[in-house]
Structures are given as C-alpha cells and as structure tokens.
Design a protein around this ligand. Structure first.
Ligand code: 5GP
Length: 246
C-alpha cells in the first residue's frame, strides 16, 4: 500500500463516525489515527479507543514539544493528531485516516498537499437537526440553545467544502460507505500502489463522481438548503427554510 493520508471532515452530526467505522470494517490497510483531546469522555468512550483524553496542561506541553502534526480548538476543547500516528502507519505501509475538523485539515493540507481530503455533508438541515437532537437525547442532554449553536456552526463549517478533494452527501448510509470505499480504492489505484482486481471501472466511476469538481449538481440543493450560495460560498440565511419539523 502507498501510505496515503486521508483526511475526513464534517460538521458535527453528519454521521461521519458511522461512515468511518463502516469503512474500517470493509477496507483493510487503513489505520485510524486516535486523536488527543482535552474534552471529557462521552458515554461509553474509552481512553485509547475513541480518543486519548488528557488535561489542558498536558496538551499544551505536548504542543510546545511539537508532538502534534496539527491541532485545533473545537467547541472550547483542544484536539490534536500525534505526529507518530503518521510515522507508525508509514512504517507498516498502511494508509492513515484522520477524522479532524476544518482548521486541522487546512494545517495538514498546507504541510502535506498530497493528502486526500473528503468532506461529508448531511443532506439537509432538517436531517442534521434530527441527528443532533437524537445524539443529545442519547447523552441525556437536550439543550435547545446548544442545538442552535451546533447548527449554526455546521452551516459555517460547510462553507469550507471547496477546499476538499471529494464530497460525500450522507443521505443513504450504504451508498455513502460505498462511495468512501471507492475513493480509497481509486486513490490507491491512481498511485499505482494497488490494482483494483475486480469492479475496477465501477469503483473509478463512483470515486470520480464524488470529486468536488464533479459534485456541483449534487451539491446545489444541499448548499441551498443550508442557505449557502454555491457560487461565492457565502452564507445567505441561517439554515435555509427547511427546519419546520423533525
Ligand atoms: P467530537 O468531540 O464530537 O468527537 O469531535 C468534535 C470535532 O473535533 C469533530 O469535528 C472532529 O472531527 C474534530 N477532531 C477530532 N479529533 C481531532 C484532531 O485530532 N484534530 C482536529 N483538528 N480536529 C479533531
């Protein structure tokens, strides 16, 4: 394998974690970087499985020692990718997948322009709101102002879609998983690291359709629903007018 660096970003509630865990079940040779964070564990999260949980002081010490490939502050907490994740994956010839926010993705793209970046969008603000609300319920906190803040944050983050190589619209999970898998296989193929022995032309077609440059038509209604002007990338309305019911 080529040791490709994949970056995946999405607004909170886009279903990115489910997509990533499905990809990991279906494609071998992709390692997942476990980030460091100063946010406390949620629900059944475990240190060393979802994240390495640490204090702000310890995070700042690690940052001062340049231990992070990238880091960012998201919703008031620090998150960072340890440099050694990349070195570890390279040593064994694996690809590496970073699930990081738009700020971190911009840092990685700058230092490693060969990285393949994928942006995941929820299909509509209504779906996003339902997912965020269900997540809050599962965590035992339903806070309307927090929900509003996250929706507003999501709309802002979506404006960054233009910086990504590929766009996934997470409408139907199976389809989005197949698209993500196709992107990984196609990138391996293009870098001559791994021939696609079967389904080859179909995989390349699916991946090509997800390229940002080929996503205009698919993206248009989604951007409109989020009140984002597809041409300038500027936000026009808070969340479009698609928020009436769940
Ligand atoms: P959550 O707290 O919901 O798990 O993650 C919040 C956000 O932080 C998500 O957008 C996630 O992609 C991002 N994130 C997780 N790990 C990292 C990291 O190492 N670096 C950066 N920049 N963002 C991260």
């Amino acid at each position: 394998m080529a040791g490709i660096l994949f970056i995946i970003s999405a607004p909170s509630g886009s279903g990115k974690s489910t997509l990533v865990s499905e990809l990991r079940k279906q494609v071998s040779g992709v390692d997942f970087s476990i980030s460091w964070t100063t946010r406390p564990p949620r629900g059944s999260e475990e240190h060393g499985r979802e994240y390495y949980f640490t204090s702000r002081e310890e995070f700042e010490r690690m940052r001062a020692e340049s231990m992070f490939l990238e880091y960012a502050e998201v919703f008031g907490n620090y998150y960072g990718t340890a440099r050694h994740s990349l070195e570890d994956a390279r040593r064994v010839g694996h690809d590496l997948l970073l699930d990081i926010d738009v700020q971190g993705a911009a840092q990685v793209r700058k230092s490693m322009p060969e990285a393949v970046s994928i942006f995941v969008l929820p299909p509509t603000p209504k779906v996003l709101r339902t997912r965020l609300r269900n997540r809050s319920r599962a965590e035992g906190v339903v806070n309307e102002s927090e929900l509003y803040r996250r929706l507003s944050e999501a709309s802002k983050e979506i404006e960054n879609y233009r910086d990504y190589s590929y766009i996934l619209i997470n409408d139907i999970l199976d389809r989005a998983v197949a698209q993500l898998e196709a992107i990984v296989l196609a990138e391996r193929y293009y870098r001559n690291a791994e021939p696609i022995v079967y389904r080859s032309s179909r995989v390349l077609e699916v991946a090509a359709a997800c390229r940002q440059s080929n996503s205009r038509e698919r993206l248009k209604p989604v951007l409109e629903a989020f009140g984002i002007d597809g041409i300038s990338g500027q936000q026009q309305l808070p969340f479009g007018d698609d928020l009436d019911d769940d």
